[in-house]
Design a protein around this ligand. Structure first.
Ligand code: 16G
Ligand code: MG
Length: 545
């Protein structure tokens, strides 16, 4: 049977609802799971083509991250474990929206445009999160891969970063690690245990951490990993999926946006706690102080902790490698100021979305990137890794330098450089706190966040908002930026911006100022400006409370 005949036949089993249009957004397709069967089949086809084109293994992850349980989504992973390139995001959108009878034609267009050799072997790795819809949807991906004669390998339940890791391991001929779950646990836990040897007197309190698993995949995988950690980290796992609903009143996104602890955990004053999101690629830390006040340590605080630690080690090792921190417009103004003025590290601001941060971080010897929402990792250039490695074996290096270089080497092994990874980030943070002898309160006190507020506004068409300067300024609709500028002037230490969401049909509003009241008021006033000038629908925005 002709290859395309098979595609036609199989695709009839995964029909596209006529007229349905979906976009490959910031992190792939994401919507109610009921609308996704045809998308999954087609992403299986596209992954097969991408595998032929790159002559490599490609990943397909079925997840909707922090979205509610009834949603689902899919994203493609490129050979080195990074997000798929923008040109292929466009192919994905085109393929997803081709009506049933035009599918083979759309497929052929991509094959021609990319000059794909159809006789090339195809391997696609597939992973899924714990959503009830994920099983059938990942089967649809497999159907897509096999209808083009490809080999789909189903890993079953995985965190998103685990799948990124597997893809990278496979395509580096296992130089990055072994492409199995055990390989992942072993690589990370060995590095963690090595690092904690540099903090020999950790108390039980220091080894103990509360984890909110968002009732998702991260909780399951944390439990699997625990034995590998040999009690160097003792985790109390909450929201582990045994009864609560995925991402409901818990998880990193809830904690960050609501600025309060998740349900399902009783926090004692001073206890260190962290929350993963639904696919475990984000993490935030927090604690309650003795006065009952909630303290959030978000992506900015994490980036500060990690970049400070790395800079110290580089100085100790006598290595002149440049450390930069990449943030988005959501980076708290205090963090940016601290990093630039006190730490003297280069700070780069880019558009929201992991791919933008990842790309920017690749430009430095060591690029630490974190979104304020807790997604981030550290990238080491090949040259930086080589220089660190050389120092560990150089007979002329003194003990202090060698010890710093060994720490850096173990740190590299602990980090999942393919993408932000809640489990890997958590272990890195725990190791850094241990090595530096810092409590969570001391970490928090490095700088004080400016109070801030995020709101969303419903408008008829969010595309009327166009932004520039890494989303910090709106260029359309006319008058909106002027209105924001005027409002910002009313407050102290204030800043505000608006941007169309890449994952939801809303406009997002961010404001920060010297007090919470001012930040709340500014966010509210900017929301009203958006509502009035950008075609708001429904009720006028209300103040957050
Ligand atoms: C996605 C992005 C995340 C970004 C968020 C913004 C990836 C893997 N994830 O979750 O980086 O912060 O979208 O959402 O790129 P928004 O556009 O709805 O504000
Ligand atoms: Mg996520």
């Amino acid at each position: 049977m002709d290859q395309f005949e098979k595609v036609s036949q199989c695709s009839a089993l995964h029909p596209k609802p006529a007229g349905l249009v979906l976009q490959y957004g910031t992190s792939g397709f994401r919507t109610n799971a009921k609308e996704l069967d045809h998308i999954m089949f087609r992403m299986g086809l596209l992954a097969a083509l991408r595998s032929m084109k790159t002559e490599s293994t490609i990943g397909v992850m079925v997840t909707a991250s922090h979205n509610p349980e009834e949603d689902n989504g899919v994203k493609l992973i490129d050979p080195m474990g990074e997000m798929v390139t923008p040109e292929w995001e466009e192919h994905a959108t085109r393929l997803a929206n081709a009506e049933q009878e035009a599918l083979v034609m759309a497929l052929n267009d991509i094959i021609k445009m990319e000059a794909i050799n159809l006789s090339q072997d195809v391997t696609v790795f597939i992973g899924k999160d714990t959503r009830p819809s994920s099983k059938a949807l990942s089967q649809a991906v497999l159907d897509g891969v096999s209808s083009l004669g490809g080999h789909g390998y189903d890993y079953g339940l995985l965190t998103t970063p685990q799948l990124h890791f597997m893809v990278c391991c496979k395509n580096t001929q296992y130089r990055y690690g072994t492409a199995t779950e055990e390989g992942y646990y072993k690589k990370l836990s060995q590095a963690f245990i090595q690092l904690t040897k540099h903090a020999p007197n950790r108390t039980d309190d220091q080894k103990h951490l509360l984890v909110d698993g968002a009732n998702g995949i991260g909780a399951l995988k944390m439990r699997e990993m625990e034995p590998f950690l040999q009690k160097e980290l003792q985790v109390s796992l909450h929201n582990d999926g045994s009864h609560g609903k995925l991402n409901f009143l818990c998880g990193a996104d809830y904690v960050k946006v609501q600025q309060k602890p998740p349900e399902g955990i009783a926090l004692n004053a001073g206890e260190r706690c962290c929350s993963f999101d639904g696919d475990a690629d984000r993490i935030v830390y927090y604690f309650i102080d003795s006065a009952g006040q909630f303290h959030l340590l978000d992506g900015d605080k994490i980036a500060t902790l990690i970049s400070t630690y790395l800079k110290q080690l580089l100085t100790q090792a006598g290595l002149d490698l440049q450390v930069a921190v990449v943030q988005t417009a959501y980076g708290n103004g205090s963090s940016t100021r601290y990093l630039e003025e006190t730490m003297k590290v280069t700070v780069r601001c880019v558009k929201t979305g992991v791919k933008h941060l990842h790309r920017a971080a690749q430009e430095f010897d060591i690029g630490v990137y974190f979104e304020a929402n807790g997604h981030g990792t550290v990238l080491f250039s090949k040259g930086a890794e080589e220089r660190i490695q050389q120092l560990t074996v150089d007979p002329n290096t003194n003990d202090e330098k060698k010890s710093a270089a060994v720490l850096l080497e173990n740190t590299i092994n602990l980090i999942n450089q393919t993408v932000g990874d809640a489990i890997s980030d958590m272990l890195l943070i725990e190791a850094v706190l241990a090595i530096q002898g810092l409590t969570v309160q001391q970490w928090d006190a490095i700088y004080t966040d400016l109070p801030n507020r995020q709101l969303k506004v419903k408008v008829a068409d969010r595309c009327v908002i166009d932004t520039t300067d890494a989303e910090r300024r709106a260029v359309s609709p006319t008058g909106l930026q002027d209105a924001i500028d005027m409002l910002v002037k009313k407050y102290q230490k204030s800043r505000a911006f608006v941007r169309p969401s890449g994952t939801e049909d809303v406009v997002r509003v961010y404001a920060e100022a010297d007090t919470q009241e001012s930040a709340d008021a500014l966010a509210h006033e900017v929301s009203i400006a958006v509502y009035k000038l950008a075609g708001g629908v429904g009720e006028e925005p209300k103040q957050f409370h």
